[in-house]
Design a protein around this ligand. Structure first.
Ligand SMILES: O=C(O)CCC(=O)C(=O)O
Ligand SMILES: [Fe+2]
Length: 240
């Protein structure tokens, strides 16, 4: 059955710099399980272990002196089938150099793990599409001050439900940093603190104001600007 076209018109998060979009229930529970299962089949050696999370870079890690180049390769089917087909309906990547994401970082966080505030940087066309699996989390959004440095405390908080899609582009991509605190529980949840509160698919787990984090995986899809054919990359590597 063809799924209905997905419009982002109603998904824009007001109260944030342009543009953040939030889509609850972007995946069904069955689709979520399928992707989690396929990820669990990958050999553990594919993962990069960091001190505060682990990371998969698919189809491969970026290479080159600036670590900004993708060796041309298709996405694994379990990352392309459902998510890329549905993202294509939004036409979000229609002006990006390759017309669709060509790279996906998979981050896995246990409760108490997070990611330092950062910008997603210039290797990518400035759109990030994040799908959350298995647990909610809260993404903290920081402004830059006049010197371009990160402010000490975040200005906004986005609650990402399991199976949701979050898109950051435009000024959000350029002018803000994002991070996830190293907490095993999120507190002070509510309409005053969570900028996408009125866009949540099911507020019930969060209405009491606190929510324990479970193991969470995120898929961050992007279009890497520089793509090299393997032949060219081999020549480049032999020269070094
Ligand atoms: O897990 C997330 O939702 C954020 C991941 C992230 O910021 C990144 O991979 O650049
Ligand atoms: Fe990021």
């Amino acid at each position: 059955m063809a799924s209905p076209a997905l419009s982002l018109e109603d998904a824009q998060i007001s109260g944030l710099p342009e543009s953040g979009f939030y889509v609850p229930e972007f995946l069904s529970p069955e689709e979520e399980q399928y992707i989690l299962q396929e990820i669990s089949k990958l050999p553990s050696t594919r993962w990069t272990i960091l001190s505060h999370r682990r990371l998969l870079s698919l189809p491969s890690q970026l290479t080159g002196a600036a670590r900004d180049t993708l060796i041309a390769a298709p996405m694994p089917p379990f990352l392309s089938k459902v998510v890329l087909d549905r993202l294509a309906q939004t036409r979000l990547f229609k002006d990006s150099p390759h017309g669709a994401p060509n790279h996906c970082l998979v981050n896995e966080y246990q409760p108490g793990q997070g990611i330092m505030p950062h910008v997603d940087g210039p290797a990518y066309y400035p759109i990030t599409a994040t799908v959350s699996l298995a647990s909610h989390t809260v993404l903290d959004i920081y402004k830059k001050n006049d010197q371009g440095e990160r402010e000490a405390t975040p200005t906004w908080h986005i609650l990402q439900e399991p199976r949701s899609l979050l898109i950051t582009t435009g000024d959000m991509y350029k002018d803000t940093l994002h991070g996830i605190s190293e907490d095993d529980e999120d507190k002070d949840l509510g309409p005053e603190t969570i900028v996408n509160w009125n866009k949540l698919g099911d507020k019930t787990p969060y209405e009491g104001g606190t929510a324990k984090r479970q193991n969470r995986l995120s898929l961050t899809y992007r279009d890497v600007l520089k793509v090299a054919k393997l032949g060219g990359a081999m020549k480049f590597m032999n020269k070094r």
